[in-house]
Each structure stands twice: as structure tokens, then as C-alpha cells.
Ligand binder design. Structure first.
Ligand code: IMP
Ligand code: MG
Length: 173
């Protein structure tokens, strides 16, 4: 099933430690107001479930589904919303949770859509950031790791829908 792995980039312990710190950081960044954590599916599902359990203030969870890479290892730039959150966004702090920011095109498009719904604030939290984006309109407020410019899989990230279940993050052969 799928290609071979080259090396482990972040092991389970690295990830758990970083996610715990991010939870603490996010908790203190939102001292008041309603917080809605919006996970971008499918890639963020494991990160989001670990992250929300490290945030010690009230919050709600919902999801967004946008079209993504398919089985290619590069971004086409085309983004479509396949599932729109049913939760009210107006007046809430929205924290959009992404697995990885690569070109940032997915985010740019989504942020414009979400801003139009008048949230109280709108920020991005990404487990991984490749820092290669040249057209990033919205900075990522919370970043887990500055990722190497390799194609990464595991902990929710896929290649052609494989490897999402691997508990660590690895690069592809
Ligand atoms: P962007 O729009 O180019 O920033 O692409 C972001 C999306 O592409 C992420 O949410 C992932 O689903 C996917 N992606 C980008 N880089 C990788 C990678 O290294 N491994 C797995 N998926 C990736
Ligand atoms: Mg993907």
C-alpha cells in the first residue's frame, strides 16, 4: 500500500510534547469569548483531536472539508469547499486547524470565506509549516514545527490516502 518511508522526521514523543505546549499557548491566547476550533479535514483529524485535549478552556469543535491534492505530491492551487461548518461563526474566535502549510493557497482561499462570516477573530494553527509560501496573505499564528521541504506523511497526513494512521511523521522515499 503506497510508497516506502525514508526517515522518521518527528517521533511520537516530539509530537506529544509540542502539542502539549501548543495547547497551553492557545489556552492563554484566548482569555475570554467563545472559541470555535475548526479542523480542516482530513489531514488535521489526529492533530486536532490531540490538540483540543490540551486546551483547558471552553471550546466548540467543527470541521471544514476542502478538496486537496489527490495522489499528487504537489499543489494544484484549486480549492473547493465540500463541507461547510454548521456551527455559527459570527462573533466567535475561530481557530482554523491545518495539518501542514505548503503553498498556503488552501488557507488563503478559506480565510477569505471565513472572514466574510464576521468572526470575532480568525487565526490559523498548523502542526507543520514548510515556510516556502511566497503568496501567504494570512500568517499562521500557531505553528508546531518548521518542516523540512520534503513530502511528509503520518499523524493524519497522507499520500494518496495512505499513511494517515502512522503515529509519527515520516518523509517518503
Ligand atoms: P497548500 O495549499 O499548498 O498549503 O497545501 C496544503 C495541503 O496540502 C495540506 O493541508 C495537505 O493536505 C497537503 N500537503 C502539503 N504538503 C504536504 C506534505 O508534505 N505531505 C502531505 N500532505 C501535504
Ligand atoms: Mg492530503
Amino acid at each position: 500500500m503506497g510508497r516506502a518511508l525514508r526517515r522518521v522526521v518527528y517521533n511520537e514523543q516530539d509530537i506529544a510534547r509540542r502539542v502539549r505546549d501548543m495547547g497551553t499557548e492557545i489556552t492563554s491566547a484566548y482569555p475570554d469569548g467563545d472559541l470555535l476550533v475548526l479542523g480542516l479535514l482530513k489531514g488535521s483529524f489526529i492533530f486536532l483531536s490531540d490538540l483540543v485535549r490540551q486546551i483547558t478552556r471552553p471550546l466548540q469543535v467543527d470541521f471544514l472539508v476542502a478538496s486537496s491534492y489527490g495522489d499528487k505530491t504537489f499543489s494544484s492551487g484549486a480549492v473547493r469547499l465540500l463541507y461547510d461548518p454548521e456551527t455559527e461563526l459570527e462573533g466567535k474566535h475561530i481557530l482554523l486547524v491545518e495539518d501542514i502549510v505548503d503553498t498556503g493557497r488552501t488557507l488563503g482561499r478559506l480565510m477569505d470565506l471565513l472572514k466574510a462570516r464576521n468572526p470575532r477573530s480568525l487565526e490559523v494553527c498548523a502542526l507543520l509549516h514548510k515556510h516556502i509560501a511566497t503568496e501567504l496573505k494570512h500568517p499562521t499564528r500557531f505553528v508546531g514545527f518548521d518542516a523540512p521541504n520534503e513530502f511528509l506523511v503520518g499523524y493524519g497526513l497522507d499520500h494518496a490516502e495512505n499513511f494517515r494512521h502512522i503515529p509519527y511523521i515520516a518523509s517518503l522515499q
